[in-house]
Design a protein. Structure first.
Length: 305
């Protein structure tokens, strides 16, 4: 099999390495050409100078796989590839795009005869060795055409990947996956914070995490990673309490509202990420002033004021 990989960030590059281990002929393009050249030397991936060059080097029917940030960058690349690819070629978006964008893009590309596959990819930095969970949307014919790549990228050919349904369904399932991840992470964080606050018990949080990893109903890969963090730095020294949000948690919360399906845990986890980014500071200040106004409670002044 042959495919083009566009976007060689950490995950994209690791996916190329895994594909090359399976002897897939990969032609890669990255906006920073030095990244592509380094990967060419590391695993024998061929490089392209630009999108037109990449398309010209692929044999038909071509398969182009995007691993770019969701939003304008992906939109621009899909628009350009839509003019370069031909009927029966396949364009895969493997990034965390909004599923509604994927449905729209699939419809636009279909007018040109180009087949679109949306692939939600999970596995992070561990995917190179352990394989990636792949949630795939698109026509059965298009998914079958790229099955060899999916089987190589997954933990095993017969597990860890799924054709979820029509175009958009892969990114929809990945969005829900990430929303669940938000809720799980928030629950672990709150639980360990509660135990850390009970100073009189002098709890060994690293030991507790390690204990829970074996036989407990809350064991998970996230807990495995948490146990490793606590073993190395139980006080979390040097870490700022700032948690970014990639957007998929927001989309999940919005979907819950639009669908009328209650999802309070996921929604609250998203809000807590906003709070960690300082977006709750103004509200907290206003709450403090309200308490001072109606009850005479002292306000804690910030330094320099």
């Amino acid at each position: 099999m042959q495919l083009g990989m566009i976007g060689l960030g950490r995950m994209g590059a690791n996916m190329v390495r895994r594909l090359r281990r399976g002897n897939v002929d990969v032609i890669g393009y990255n906006r920073d050409m030095s990244v592509a050249k380094a990967l060419e030397e590391a695993c024998g991936m061929l490089t392209a100078e630009n999108l037109a060059d990449l398309v010209s080097k692929l044999e038909g029917p071509r398969v182009a796989w995007l691993m770019l940030p969701a939003g304008d960058v992906t939109e621009q690349h899909i628009a350009e590839l839509g003019e370069l690819l031909a009927a029966d070629d396949i364009l895969i978006d493997g990034a965390n795009s909004n599923f509604k964008d994927s449905m729209r893009r699939a419809s636009w590309l279909a007018e040109k005869g180009i087949r679109f596959v949306d692939a939600g990819v999970s596995g992070g930095i561990w995917g190179l060795e352990l394989g990636y969970a792949l949630m795939v949307g698109g026509s059965r014919a298009a998914v079958d055409a790229v099955r060899p790549a999916l089987e190589l990228l997954a933990p095993a050919p017969d597990r860890g990947w799924l054709h979820c349904g029509p175009a958009g369904s892969g990114h929809f399932v990945k969005m829900i996956h990430n929303g669940i991840e938000y809720g799980m992470m928030q629950a672990y964080a709150e639980g360990f914070a509660l135990m850390n606050a009970r100073a009189d018990f002098d709890l060994d949080l690293a030991a507790i995490a390690e204990t829970w990893r074996h036989g407990s109903v809350v064991r998970s890969w996230l807990l495995d990673l948490t146990a490793g963090v606590l073993t190395e730095n139980v006080e979390l020294d040097g870490i700022e309490p700032f948690v970014p949000d990639s957007g998929e948690g927001r989309w999940t919360a919005i979907e819950a509202i639009e669908s009328g399906v209650p999802a309070p845990v996921i929604s609250t986890a998203v809000m807590m990420r906003f709070a960690s980014q300082g977006r709750h500071d103004y509200a907290s200040k206003l709450l403090a002033t309200m308490r001072e106004q109606f009850g005479g409670h002292a306000i804690k002044k910030s330094s320099g004021r």
